[in-house]
Design a protein around this ligand. Structure first.
Ligand SMILES: Cc1ncc(C[n+]2csc(CCOP(=O)(O)OP(=O)(O)O)c2C)c(N)n1
Ligand code: SF4
Ligand SMILES: [Mg+2]
Length: 351
């Protein structure tokens, strides 16, 4: 039951992308999550983003920890590299893989338990090091896989399905990512694919640590009245600061925006992020304002969504360390074992 392969039938009218692949080519196995689980909608947004960006499936590595959320990489990008690690350990495995081969696109998928509880230290260090990755937390405020315990992102005072009230302060991952130096910080809602898909695309194109917190209701254990991560609660308290469009340098710019309503930000790779501001002048490159705005909305019980912070000039861990461009598995023996004289030189330089 756990592994159901999808039949490889392509509808003849499915449109291919620039590589000749259909959206179907970016799918994975049949999901075994509960019907209506927010995590499946996030998988669908990831599939759409990779299809739209013409990502060659073999050039992407998807990594996860343990949890319902961490199971999802099996349900998308079936032709990509995948590594399902240990609970809370995805970030260090991803960091190692990234350092060994910088030519792949890295997508880390995690849960609120996986990243804010057992994996908090790993989350923090991968973000502060600027690992070039898209780090998605599928945040349902609960340990879904182990049947509904409060997680570290459950809000103070929120109620479990059985009526217990959470007495702990929540860890707010967006604020934390901002403080830790993530150069791309966003939040979205699994029920808002129109907002989430372009955010994932922009995060993939971003060079540096891109973090997206996606509120993703657990229909089984955290979708009742009294929960602050239910579909109804998020719909009623969603405060979007902007809407994003990603324009690749190959695209013709056909959208006509009202002057003043759009800010265009160009990233290293030439892609342009067109930010439609809602409802007032929000500048996502102002870190201090972003942190303040987060606190203001949090105090009002609102969930701030959209691209909350972006450093378009960010550089990644490889840049900071000055590593070689070539993946380690493509280096020759002579490069990898430069000899005693080179080692002596290195030791001298460190004295
Ligand atoms: C080292 C370790 N501790 C505890 C567990 C048990 N465990 C499995 S998944 C999980 C929590 C998952 O919660 P989350 O990351 O929020 O994912 P969700 O299922 O909610 O998507 C726990 C505690 C484990 N697998 N390994
Ligand atoms: S238990 Fe919750 S998180 Fe897990 S698959 Fe079901 S709805 Fe999704
Ligand atoms: Mg969870």
């Amino acid at each position: 039951m756990t592994y159901i392969a999808k039949p490889r039938l392509h509808h003849p009218l499915l449109k291919p992308n620039g590589l000749g692949f259909t959206r179907r080519d970016y799918e994975g196995k049949v999901s075994t999550l509960c019907a209506g689980c927010g995590h499946d909608s996030i998988s669908s947004a990831i599939i759409q983003a990779c299809f739209d960006l013409d990502v060659p499936p073999h050039r992407l590595a998807k990594l996860s920890g343990i949890g319902c959320s961490s199971k999802t990489p099996d349900y998308f990008l079936g032709a990509s590299h995948g590594f399902n690690s240990v609970h809370g350990r995805m970030p260090s495995v991803l960091t190692g893989a990234n350092l060994a081969n910088r030519e792949l696109i890295y997508l880390g998928v995690s849960g609120d338990g996986d990243s804010a509880s057992i994996g908090l230290g790993q989350f923090a260090h991968s973000i502060r090091r600027g690992v070039n990755m898209t780090y998605i937390v599928e945040n349902n405020g609960v340990y879904g896989l182990t049947k509904g315990q409060f997680s570290a992102t459950s809000d103070l005072g929120s109620k479990s399905k059985r009526g217990a009230v959470n007495s702990d302060q929540p860890i707010e991952l967006v604020g934390l990512a901002l403080q830790l130096g993530a150069s791309f910080v966003a939040r979205s809602f699994s029920g808002d694919k129109a907002q989430l898909t372009p955010l994932i695309k922009a995060a993939i194109l971003h060079e540096g640590a891109a973090f997206i917190d996606v509120i993703s209701p657990c229909v089984q254990f955290n979708n009742h009245a009294g929960s602050t991560k239910s579909f109804d609660y998020v719909r009623e308290h969603n405060a979007a600061v902007n809407r994003l469009d990603v324009i690749l340098d190959r695209d013709e710019i056909v959208v006509d925006y009202e002057p003043g309503a759009v800010e265009r930000v160009t990233q290293h790779d030439g892609s342009v992020l067109a930010l439609r501001k809602l409802p007032d002048d929000y500048d996502p490159t102002d870190k201090l304002a972003a942190a303040t705005r987060l606190q203001i909305h949090h105090a009002k019980g609102e969930i701030l969504t959209g691209l909350i912070y972006l450093d378009p000039y960010a550089r990644d861990l490889h840049h900071h360390l000055g590593t070689v461009q070539t993946p380690l598995n493509a280096l020759s023996d002579a490069d990898l074992v430069p000899g005693a004289a080179a080692l002596a030189d290195l030791n001298r330089s460190l004295r």
